[in-house]
Design a protein around this ligand. Sequence first.
Ligand code: ZN
Ligand code: ZN
Length: 273
Amino acid sequence: MRVITLSKLTLLLLLIFSIVACTTEAANTINDTVAVEDPTDETEDDNEGLTPKTTYDITSIIGKLTAEENVSYEIDGEYVRIFSTGIPNHKSPYFIDTDWENEKYEAYSSSTFRLNPNRIDTQDYEFRIPLHPTVASNKTTTPMGPMGVAINGVPLFNQYAAGGVDLTNEIFSFDQYSGHPTLRGMYHYHIEPIYLTEQNGADALLGVLLDGFPVYGPLENGETLSSDDLDDYHGHFSATKEFPEGIYHYHISADAPYINGDGFYGVAGTVSN
Ligand SMILES: [Zn+2]
Ligand SMILES: [Zn+2]
């Protein structure tokens, strides 16, 4: 161990400045040898005594995931089947010229917004999600179309528009609640569902991906997270309100890739419509 040969003074400096990047060769050696944890990372501190597992249990949040009247569920062995019409519980300009126009149409104007030609229509989603989400040894990419479901039954889509291109152009057709419909009338969110964070809080449970791992808003322990705080799949392990013992979970961030990064962290279930 090289540390043993270091002077007491240097060790003292290490204790005081262990995370400050020093310029002397000796200090660099120390940092390379012992700097294993970033004490500025609060999540790390909050996780003390909590151990990540390979399998979790999400039975306790099924009620929260299916509380809206357009959402229901059935337990089916190791899976929960979540059924949804996909009709958002909030207003949208995309309800114009639909059966819901009288109750749910709300205009939206912003300098960049462009109403796309699609209109919201009812769907017949079934999300078949593992009750015991399991970390995948081989991660798989998220599909185009629904990759999960929000707590209001609206599907969550990944960070790509049709054809696998990024959302640069599609973003202009997001309404005031950051959703928009596909050609088949499937209303969906690629980014933070503003209505849900306004109603439930930016730190709330907002949905679940097909692998069963929960999706939270951008706020955690009073801090707004960005993609830099998260792993390649856009999540991390920590305690949450619903899982005080800790669980792997995704966070929605304001920066791309928004909800999911390189794919499912766990073994994914399926979706049909
Ligand atoms: Zn879209
Ligand atoms: Zn978190």
